[in-house]
Design a protein around this ligand. Structure first.
Ligand code: FAD
Length: 430
């Protein structure tokens, strides 16, 4: 069912192809060097450049090579990883309230930014449907949603199984919830828009300029790259799931985890609308979850989940499990061809929380645990305010300890084992 011409590049790149231009020459010194050209780096660069700082964004590959042009384009608040009750158990009531409210502010922030900057990226408030994988999930999902509403005023409604036909053309779920304010966007166009705005504000974007090391020398920092060194007053590491050995402190704290997406061939819009009548973004309640949505033109199914076989991301076999999962939910798509397959890295952390701060004079913002479109945009902006010494840069996340683990080096090996264990638990029941 994979097209012979299948492409192993994001479908998003058809409308927003990566720039192939080589970098302009390196400046000798700069106010702020930002490492990584995803949403975190560009959002920070925009804020810094608008504040009058000279900024260079250093990117190892083509601009936007990382998750920011590969993701599913599902835009939610920063509150998707924990229930309110879990947060209260972990951090106490007051801190949980602050974290949840700031999570909600992240969704507001990205919507306002896109509107203010006039970024044409198919941003739409389509809402999110999350399907229950077991009957027992319905009650706990409803309780979680009520807590979110009580804590942060988040709007939602529950959809019982008997009525879910209005939301989804599938019997696979046992009802679900809808967050009507969640949104969808085109990740490639959003990234392109951020690049244009950052450049327009004066930031220098330098592709194919991998940072190979960072050394503090008094008040200045020397950033070593494959093309020479730059002196910077401040440095922000925004490399998330792609962090290399050149950035050891952050690398010891993030766990890269693969996520993958397939795009089907173009189908009649009515056929897609039968499966996803409200054109929302979708997910489920499983531990190893899948996520999907229609393409912005309403002609394709974009289906995402975990990567398949390791080390074989340019073969259809690695993506076949995604197609099978899609057909379990939508048997109607059994004979449909897949035209694009791709994957990318998300960054988990040992406490499953995102982290922002400054270590040994180097700023960082990272660890979005797979829900990073709004988080990275917001954290990039906040990290920039911190660099500027603006009190508006404070966040409820500032005092969370960014822990590593004695056996951190083994986490890439542990990820597939943990994933398999979670799949078994998903299959066993709630
Ligand atoms: C397949 C997939 C689906 C996803 N779906 C969603 C979704 O639907 N909704 C959602 O909210 N989130 C989603 N995410 C997560 C989201 O895309 C990320 O959290 C977000 O894009 C992170 O942005 P970033 O700028 O921090 O990092 P990235 O966009 O990953 O950018 C990091 C950059 O740093 C560069 N870099 C690394 N090391 C160096 C170095 N030494 N020198 C120079 N540059 C370096 C890399 O090349 C890379 O371009 C998804 C992620 C993936 C992979």
């Amino acid at each position: 069912m994979f097209d012979e011409q299948v492409r192993f590049t994001p479908w998003w790149w058809e409308a927003a192809p990566p720039e192939v231009a080589r970098p302009p020459s390196l400046p000798r010194s700069i106010d702020v060097a930002v490492v990584g050209s995803g949403y975190t780096g560009l959002s920070a660069a925009l804020t810094l450049a608008r504040a009058g700082r000279s900024v260079a964004v250093l990117e190892a590959q083509a601009l936007g090579h990382g998750a920011s042009t590969r993701n599913g384009g599902q835009v939610g608040s920063g509150n998707q990883k924990f229930t309110v009750r879990q947060l209260v158990d972990l951090y106490g009531e007051a801190k949980a309230r602050a974290l949840v409210n700031e999570g909600t502010a992240m969704l507001r922030h990205i919507a306002e930014l896109i509107e203010r900057e006039g970024i044409a990226c198919e941003f739409r408030r389509v809402g999110r449907f999350r399907g229950c994988m077991h009957p027992a999930h319905y009650e706990s999902m409803a309780r979680g949603m009520e807590d979110l509403k009580r804590f942060a005023g988040v709007e939602f409604f529950m959809v019982p199984r008997a009525e879910q036909g209005s939301e989804i053309g599938s019997d696979r779920y046992f009802g679900g919830s809808v967050l009507p304010n969640d949104a969808a966007l085109h990740p490639g166009l959003y990234h392109q828009g951020l690049m244009e705005r950052a450049r327009g504000a004066g930031a220098l974007l330098l592709p194919f300029t991998p940072v190979t090391g960072i050394a503090r020398e008094g008040a200045r920092t020397r950033v070593h790259t494959a093309g020479g060194a730059i002196e910077a007053r401040d440095v922000l590491v925004a490399t998330n799931g792609y962090t290399t050995r050149a950035l050891p402190w952050v690398r010891r704290r993030v766990i890269p985890v693969g996520s993958a997406i397939i795009a089907t061939e173009e189908l009649p819009a009515e056929r897609i609308a039968r499966l996803m009548p409200r054109g929302r973004v979708y997910g489920n309640s499983a531990r190893v979850f899948h996520y999907f949505r229609p393409s912005p033109d309403g002609r394709r199914m974009l289906w995402g989940g975990r990567v398949g076989r390791l080390g074989s991301q340019a073969s259809t076999g690695a993506f076949e499990h995604l197609r099978k999962e899609m057909v379990v939910v939508f048997p109607d798509l059994a004979g449909v061809r897949v035209t694009h397959c791709w994957s990318g890295n998300i960054a988990y952390t040992h406490d499953t929380m995102p982290h922002i701060g400054c270590q040994d004079g180097i700023h960082y913002a990272t660890g979005y645990c797979g829900t990073g479109v709004s988080r990275s945009t917001y954290f990039g902006h906040k990290a920039a305010l911190k660099v500027l010494g603006d009190p508006g840069g404070r966040t409820a996340f500032d005092d969370l300890e960014f822990r590593t683990h004695r056996f951190h080096w083994a986490t890439p090996l542990a990820v597939p084992v943990v994933e398999t264990w979670y799949r078994i638990r998903d299959a066993m029941g709630p």
